[in-house]
Every structure is written in C-alpha cells, then in structure tokens.
Write a protein that binds this ligand. Structure first.
Ligand code: MLT
Length: 393
C-alpha cells in the first residue's frame, strides 16, 4: 500500500499546534513564570446568556419523549437556516435559507470544500492568509499560486488577469492582517471569477468585526451568487470556538459544467457528516434574537477594546502595525529586522508573551507577527505592559 505522499509537502506541524507546543514546553521548564497567550484566536468570554438559556431549554426538550430529536437534518434545522437568512436580509443581502448549510465550523467546511474540485485545478491563495487553505490543498496534491498581500497594496491583493486561477480563496477581514475588501474591490474579484468560470471560496469568519463600511459578505457584489461560496462561523461572532457551529452558503445559481455545486455539497455532506446537535443549533439561533445580538455585540466591544489597548502599545513602542479595526488581530512588523520565529522566541523568553509568527501564514508574513485581541482584559493589559517595557525605543 502507498500513503498519501502529498503530506510530505506540508510543514511538519500545523502552525497553531507548533505555537502551542513551544509555549507549553516553555511553561513546563519555567513553572515560576506566568506565560500570557495572545496567539491562537480563541475567545475568552463566556457564551451569551440568551445562548445559554436556549441551550438549556433544548437540553430539556431532549429529555422528554415528545420533544426528543434524533439525527439532525444534514443541512441544518430550518429554524437556524431561517435565522441566518434573516441575518443576511437585515444587511440587505438575499441569501435564501435553502442555500445555507449548517456545520461544525468554518474550518471544517474550508477544509472539505476542495473535495468538490478536481485535483488539476489551479488554486489561488492570498499570502499571508489562514494556513488551512494552503495545507488542505497541498494534502490533495493541488497546485497553488499566491497573491501577494503587502503594505504596498494595503494587504489586499487584487485579481491579476495573467493568472488563470480556477479556485480562489479570499478571507475578509483577512486573517492575519485584518485588511478588509470594499464592495467595489470584491466586485473586481467576482467579475474576474465569472469571466473565467472560476469559483471563489470566501471566508467571512471575521465579518462581525467590520466597522468602517468595508464589505461583510461576498454577496454584496453583483453576480457573486454565480461564482462564490461563503463560509462563516459563530466562533468569533458569538464565542462558539468550543461549542462548534458555522455555516456555508452554496447558492443554487452556482453551476459549473452543468452541475450544481449545491447538490454536490449536499451529496458530500450527507455522505460524510451527520449534522450539528440540536442543542448547539438552538444556541446558535439565539444569537440572532434581539437579546442575543445585544449580548454578542457587548462581547465584541470588549475584544475591540483589547485591540485598541494592543494598538496603543504598538504606537507607544513605535512599531508598524495594521489590523485591529476591522478585525481582532494586530499584525505587526517585528522590530530590528527580526524574523518571525526569532521574535516569537524573544517575546517568549524575555516577556513570557506568546504570539503567532507571521511566517506561518505564508512567505510574505516573514518578519511579521500576529497578536490576538480575544484574550482576557487583565492579561492583555499585563502583556502590553511587558511588551512596552521590552520593546519601547
Ligand atoms: C486563528 O487563530 O487564526 C484561528 O483561531 C484559527 C482557527 O479559527 O482555526
């Protein structure tokens, strides 16, 4: 038998797993030191009370014969799909409930969606970006081309007519840079994709952080329903990193070679996925109630304030950074020409602060570093005090 040799193209370990291993090893060797993690984008505030109440009620339903539920529908319960469609509608975007697939999170969907495409497609990925896009396509043996995101283009690469991409990943607001496309910029990507029959996989996991009028959905662009799949998540919006729930829109109008991608996705999901639990879906639906929306926006305001604290610290240190406005991440230039992993070690050893090395998000991330605003407030402040002491000129 032969193993999947494509795995040899991957780095030895997944970025966030490497970061976790290194910081755990440091903490074990220095039990007297308090290590503060501003690395993986994991939330620290508890679930909103409206979510908890809905989940409690759902647990009770599961405990009574008359209201007990077995397998959930493959594509999600109607009540949740309708609530998600309503969330789009309130932003003036028409996404029918029938085109929405509920899942256990955007990461799974973004890792699984490439199964719809032949191995011989050319995949276009921004650099830097969330490493799952690259790793999952490398595992499948696909050829990847990169669209450079740098200071010069505002970290927002635009289509290049000379590149004949078939599958295009976009992440906006971008993880890790925080740069967010406007509707007009997305229109250019949609026109490019439609002109060459390509498909856009749009990761909107951070849409709820947009504050300056940037786009929050690819479907704000005209004709996007003919070329784009959108993934979104309750993780960052409503603190579901440990609860697990997300959704993906595969429009009925998205057809390639006479085949409906929505039907293909239903075929894939119904074969390999048995849905998200009733209790979790009830909790997710509560996010869209008036009360739920108020509570989750309070949590988002808390994280935004953390981002402001980190940004102020960078200003004080005279360090170039971007992000933190339309996203929970601060993307900073490592001082003194340090490389990303060099800076990681420096901060860990000298300040016991853990961040994510920019080079883990792609070649163009080398020399950059990402800090998350999802931490606890006191820890964020303490980390910033340590960083200021260490890095101020
Ligand atoms: C991140 O830190 O980039 C994210 O939390 C990772 C993820 O969502 O899987």
């Amino acid at each position: 038998m032969k193993l999947n040799e494509n795995f040899s193209a991957l780095s030895e370990s997944y970025l966030f797993a490497t970061v976790a291993q290194k910081s755990a090893a440091y903490a074990e060797a220095h039990p007297d030191k308090k290590v503060i993690k501003l690395s993986i984008g994991d939330v620290t505030l508890p679930l909103a009370p409206a979510v908890i109440a809905a989940m409690h009620a759902a647990v009770d339903e599961m405990g009574r014969k008359e209201t007990f539920r077995g397998y959930p529908p493959y594509e999600g319960y109607e009540f949740l799909r309708e609530s998600i469609a309503g969330y789009y509608a309130r932003r003036g975007i028409n996404v029918p409930a029938a085109d929405i697939f509920v899942s256990d999170g955007a990461k799974s969907d973004c890792g699984n969606l490439p199964e719809l495409f032949d191995r011989d497609n050319l995949v276009l990925v921004p650099d830097p970006v969330y490493p799952v896009y690259v790793d999952t396509n490398l595992m499948a043996g696909r050829k990847i081309v990169y669209a450079a995101a740098a200071k010069e283009n505002g970290f927002l690469p635009m289509p290049d007519e000379s590149v004949k991409a078939d599958v295009i990943y976009l992440c906006s607001p971008n993880n890790p840079t925080g740069a967010a496309y406007t509707k007009e910029q997305l229109q250019k990507w949609v026109d490019y994709a439609n002109a060459r029959d390509a498909v856009i996989l749009y990761d909107a996991a951070y849409e709820c952080f947009v504050q300056d009028g940037a786009a929050r959905s690819i479907y704000e662009a005209k004709g996007a329903e003919k070329c784009a799949i959108e993934m979104c998540s309750f993780s960052k919006t409503a603190g579901f990193t440990g609860t697990r729930c997300g959704y993906t829109v595969v429009p009925s109008a998205l057809v390639r070679g006479g085949v409906s991608l929505k039907e293909m996705w239903f075929r894939r999901q119904s074969t390999k996925f048995n849905g998200v639990s009733y209790v979790v879906q009830r909790g997710a639906a509560a996010v869209f109630t008036e009360e739920g929306q108020r509570q989750v926006s309070d949590n988002l305001a808390y994280y935004r304030e953390n981002a402001r604290i980190i940004a102020d610290c960078m200003d004080g240190c005279g360090i170039f950074y971007t992000g933190g406005k339309n996203s929970p991440y601060i993307w900073l230039k490592c001082p003194d020409g340090m490389k990303s992993w060099e800076f990681f070690d420096y901060l860990l050893n000298e300040a016991q602060v853990v961040g994510t090395p920019g080079s883990g998000f792609g070649k163009n991330g080398e020399g950059f570093f990402r800090l998350t605003a999802f931490g606890d407030r006191d820890n964020t402040k303490e980390a910033c005090e340590r960083l200021y002491k260490l890095l101020k000129k």
